[in-house]
Design a binder for this molecule. Structure first.
Ligand SMILES: [Zn+2]
Length: 263
């Protein structure tokens, strides 16, 4: 039985509620999904040296937090599609922000630690990556998943560590497969960025394998911890149109200015 049929059957017997706000209906209601449709540059409070240009589909606050946690920690795998679509939007935004795309866009998932894989029983960032690639390809972008990063060494759980301690904890914990030859863009993808230490470490490892003149390693996440929870995160020069699917198509078509965009 395929996943679509299972999911359709589950819809019949299980009442679906929004993982963000709890209203009955879809796994992520339109209001909560809209919180993940405004890509913005993600900048940690203290930007680590080497932090890659990063876009987030929304702020990790309000209903977005329980939605991401339900997917990550509570096994609500059906959220992979809406959260993966949000990730696709962030990828499209950061790719377009750096200029013309020189070749295929390769999404490099941040690998989970062995301990996290064991406790969750699944690779949630890998699931997000697959859905994001589907969304980007449907929008006409030449995109693929590339598992170029692997965990090496032992990393302690980073919960409760300061940004500097997280960085030290992560140093040297990724190793990389040989990078594909030819032009292209590497985009490290993850669910949430907080201190930026993980993305920095991942981008540093990938950049070490790049040749001089290669495009910079970029990053995209579903949500970024806001600098100040009470204010709206700056959107910088990432342009946004109201519907997410239109956004992805709009970014993918490479239009950097257009009448339907709003700043
Ligand atoms: Zn909701």
């Amino acid at each position: 039985m395929d996943g679509g049929l299972l999911s359709a059957l589950a819809d019949l017997v299980l009442p679906r509620t929004c993982a963000g706000c709890g209203v009955p209906g879809r796994v992520l209601c339109a209001r909560c999904a809209a919180l993940l449709s405004a890509p913005r540059p993600a900048s940690p409070r203290r930007v680590p040296w080497g932090f890659p240009p990063t876009a987030a589909a929304g702020a990790y606050s309000g209903p977005v937090r329980p939605a991401v946690n339900a997917f990550k920690e509570q096994g609500r795998t059906e959220l992979a599609r809406p959260l993966g679509a949000a990730l696709a939007l962030a990828v499209a935004a950061v790719v377009t922000a750096v200029g013309p795309v020189p070749g295929p866009v390769l999404l490099v998932p941040v690998p989970s630690s062995a301990a996290a894989l064991r406790s969750r029983g699944r690779d949630h960032v890998g699931e997000l990556t697959r859905c994001a690639v589907d969304e980007l390809r449907a929008a006409g972008l030449d995109a693929a998943a590339a598992r170029l990063l692997h965990r090496s060494g032992r990393v302690r759980d980073s919960a409760g560590l300061s940004a500097a301690a997280r960085r030290a904890n992560l140093a040297g914990t990724f190793r990389r497969s040989p990078l594909p030859a030819g032009p292209g863009l590497l985009v490290v993808v993850d669910d949430v960025v907080t201190s930026g230490a993980t993305l920095t470490e991942a981008a540093t490892e990938l950049s070490a394998g790049c040749r001089r003149g290669d495009a910079p390693v970029l990053a995209a996440v579903v949500a970024a911890t806001p600098r100040r929870p009470t204010t709206t995160a700056p959107q910088g020069d990432l342009r946004v149109v109201p519907k997410r699917s239109e956004n992805v198509r709009w970014y993918s078509s490479g239009r950097l200015s257009g009448g339907e965009a709003k700043d």
